[in-house]
Design a protein around this ligand. Sequence first.
Ligand SMILES: [Zn+2]
Length: 67
Amino acid sequence: MPMYEYRCRNCGATFDELVISAQEEVQCPECDEYTTEKLMSAFASGGSSGSSYAGASGGGCGTSGFT
Ligand SMILES: [Zn+2]
């Protein structure tokens, strides 16, 4: 279901609304006015933080200098 964020130009309230039709008039729940505008909701979905494992190759310990 398409869910859009709206903002009322009258009182400045923002709210989410399920919209079936794009031509639908959305009423503000705060002041009951129809002076609402659809906001471009920039949904940043999914926070995939790239974890890069740096393979630390252990150094060799062992200096065999026996004479
Ligand atoms: Zn309003």
